[in-house]
Design a protein around this ligand. Sequence first.
Ligand SMILES: Nc1ncnc2c1ncn2[C@@H]1O[C@H](COP(=O)(O)OP(=O)(O)OP(=O)(O)O)[C@@H](O)[C@H]1O
Ligand SMILES: [Mg+2]
Length: 1076
Amino acid sequence: MDEGSSRIRRRVSVRKRNRPSLEILLPAPTADELKPGDDEKAEEEEEEEMGAGSPRRKTVGVQPVENNESEEDMFGDYDSFAENSLIAQVDDLEQKYMQLPENKKHDTDLATEDLCSENIRHNQLSITTIGSFTELITDEHTKNQSGHEDISIEPGADLLYELPSSQVLYFENLQNSSNELGNQSTKERDWNSSSHKTVSEELPQNSIEQPQQNDEFSSKVRTSSDVNRRKSLKDHLKSAMTVNAKAQMPIFSRTKQLKETHLSEEINVAKKAIESSSDDVGPFYSLPSKVRDLYVQFKGIEKLYEWQHTCLTLTSVQERKNLIYSLPTSGGKTLVAEILMLQELLCRRKDVLMILPYVAIVQEKISGLSSFGIELGFFVEEYAGSKGKFPPIKRREKKSLYIATIEKGHGLVNSLIETGRISSLGLVVVDELHMIAEGSRGAILEMTLAKILYTSKTTQIIGMSATLNNVEDLQEFLQAEYYTSQFRPVELKEYLKINDSIYEVDSKAENGMTFSRLLNYKYSDALKKMDPDHLVALVTEVIPNNSCLVFCPTKKNCENVAEMICKFLSKDYLKHREKEKQEVIKNLKSISSGNLCPVLKRTIPLGVAYHHSGLMSDERKLLEEAYSTGVLCLLTCTSTLAAGVNLPARRVILRAPYVAKEFLKRSQYKQMIGRAGRAGIDSVGESILILQEKDKQQALELISRPLENCYSHLVQEFTKGIQTLFLSLIGLKIATHLGDIYHFMSGTLFGVQQKILLKEKSLLEITVESLRYLTEKGLLQKDTILTENVLTQKDACYKSEEWFQYSFHITKLGRASFKGTIDLAYCDILYRDLQKGLEGLVLESLLHLIYLTTPYDMASQRDPDWMIYFKQFNQLSPAEQNVVALVGVSENYIGKKASGQAIKKTVDKNIVNRLYLSFVLYALLKETSIWSVSEKFNMPRGYIQSLLTAAATFSCCVLHFCEELEEFWVYKALLVELTKKLTYCVKAELIPLMEVTGVLEGRAKQLYNAGYKSLAHLANANPEVLIKTIDHLSRRQAKQIVSSAKMLLHEKAEALQGEVEELLRLPADFPPVEKA
Ligand SMILES: Nc1ncnc2c1ncn2[C@@H]1O[C@H](COP(=O)(O)OP(=O)(O)OP(=O)(O)O)[C@@H](O)[C@H]1O
Ligand SMILES: [Mg+2]
């Protein structure tokens, strides 16, 4: 696509950053630009949808009861703070705690004994190098060597890979048709042909170090008693190899091989080009031409926009300088980042971390990039929600692209620093860099980037955003260059609607707008009353043939607006893609065990749905899919959708200039209207902001003022910010004495902005204060007094400052909090609660344990429904009621609250509320149906789902906390089980399928019922067959599921192979054996 006449304004500038030296650090007063408490959550607007009629809708099946619907309607997408993936951790822990003593012995034996010897010596055991994900390249020579009975596959193993009948039929047909092409190809495509059952391949000579004095040793120690031990290794190898061998599509093709060779040649050329940093780039921005082909094939991108080309060829980019770039929404920023990531993975052979703001976006990206990984030979690893391993698995050859949420990205970086592997990270890309200014997540993002800057000089950082203002500060923090352009592929026309007039936003006009047209509509009196803002008129100008998004201030408003619009849509709308809409309804029911939200039941037939965090993630995903394919033409949504998944529309309507009760920020407004205009589909996009007279002035300012500045939240988010940072700096030994910690702080965004943010205190004072606080809290301990020669020269001038003379170490409680990633605001309460639990833990039911692992922060978010509380209390067994008393809540209190009586005694609200949430979780574990629990507790099901995820995460955090503290040993085994129960609240058989990115419970059920029961089933599935067998699955989704499954399977296989290599490697410290 050509940029045509669009004007490109570029600015490339460099800011050199100097970390302030200690000498010049004196508090210098400057203008106080920041109002503290910026991020105070707005309370929910107690709104009745004006147009939707006054009586509160009884039709909304589960009325949300939230008291503080905030601007952060986050789809539960704030990721966990737990560093390790739940699934990975549960696996690890299970192994750790459930291992039989024999197995332990076994492992040790394996590490030292002879097993490696013969196989390695003769290179009989082979580890397959995954040259291509899609084929198993079988080598005759290898086959000849594979008569190694230890690792041949028994016929029974094939059962594992039994394909669903639909797939078998498909492959039979494929085989028949290929028969016509000659026998050779038939042989090659035969899944179960015996040649493929042999998985031994020659071990590359250089992949395992040759043990030296091994011969003698092996022959000496091998006795008949070793046979049993060997057997287990044999099994281990067998299963690892089986998975690996089967995972690859055994299609052997000469053309494919040639292509592979060509690709690797091109990569080599590109590598050289990059190393020489000459201007002579490879065929496609230093990348193989295959990458260009893949962009055409997978994304329909034929040509780069001019700005993308310019940005990629900037000298500073080629010199791998850090970079921030900023373009309007839909400007195509992602492609530039992706090309730079591919260069790093393929040519520089380094791992890459991409940080994205929400779980849903991470999943979208994983699905999109897995096919690139498969074709080009790198791993795409998910770090979001319950996925991700810390530290990441060390891959043998291929490089990894970690795609992570902000929280998981932080955990990943911590684990790489802890294991001394941070320099393996060649590039870190941060999308939506402006998030650095958003509360505790912003603080975490800042910490992550600051740690990378401090610990790895070779890691490049790239940040992008559509809404940046004070770029200079960010440049200084990241030591980055800046590139910007105003390019947008689809023109965006901004309108304001006041009464029945529509005005176009026009920066040249005196008051910022010019009259455009009068709204053409014929409203009945009833409609006028119900829809005074003319939403029906505005949406019907575009739907059903074009898509429309209506942003509403609150969740409830979304539902009301959707219903109101549907009431007045003509019956003709029912006919538009009628069958497919019925399918959507059917699918919604099937993922919810027959339940269907009554609002959606009424709106979907007309092509309309609401979309907010009150829905479960499965439901949201289904609605998103239906909207992207045009089956649904209108979504009413909260502001989160703007920053969430990529769902563009022809027309975007902002129902009011508010998010909850807060007036819109410029950046929020920009993000929302930025959804208008779909590249490649629309020639123009439109946004319409509906205004009441009273808001007109403020709105005119909104459309004309600059974007908000980004300010650090590191210090403002005290316990989740600076304190957590210091604890991890000392815990990870990044910086352990004041001089270093101070030096680190001066390199943060806060360090850059300190004089604006906290002018009354110096950075040094803030640093000392936080260290003192952590020491007083028992999380840190002051250590040896540093002698002068240990103090650097820089510090020496401050040696009069007493604190400069100490180094610090982390206490047990500090380490427990750090390892468990416990918010430091709660670490001592948690310690007390667990200690109290030791005195009398009620184990008759799970209630007491659940209470201990109910997240503290969620308790403050909503008040209980006291009638329900009381009713639920009365249904508890005497032992369970005893738990209630033990945690400090009395029946009397709940009863009085339920009957509305005044209570004199003060009771800790946090405990009472937390207990109520424990009741919800307890009910969930007993009933496993979110729908029925949602009804019982009158809570939105989306909220219950988030609560469950948060509880599973927190349970895991508490487990890690306990692991570091001997006194809590007893909790360990209990919490392993509880974490598992909370994580796997869905049916156990669906878990393997749900490990695949984008497969949620509903889809997993469909797949399972159609015979796809394991990861291997999905990896081997044919997308064409899948779309015929699975209801409402698009070709794109089917392909993504298969790609993601293949990727995951290969990651697992590769990890097992790595483990095998490790097991067979002779320990480096192996005692020398004298020659006989
Ligand atoms: N050179 C190109 N040719 C055609 N389409 C492109 C090109 N580059 C990007 N696109 C497409 O444009 C759309 C928007 O791109 P992208 O998501 O990167 O925008 P963005 O700048 O990140 O916007 P936002 O700030 O909203 O996230 C995508 O569908 C992408 O595939
Ligand atoms: Mg983007």
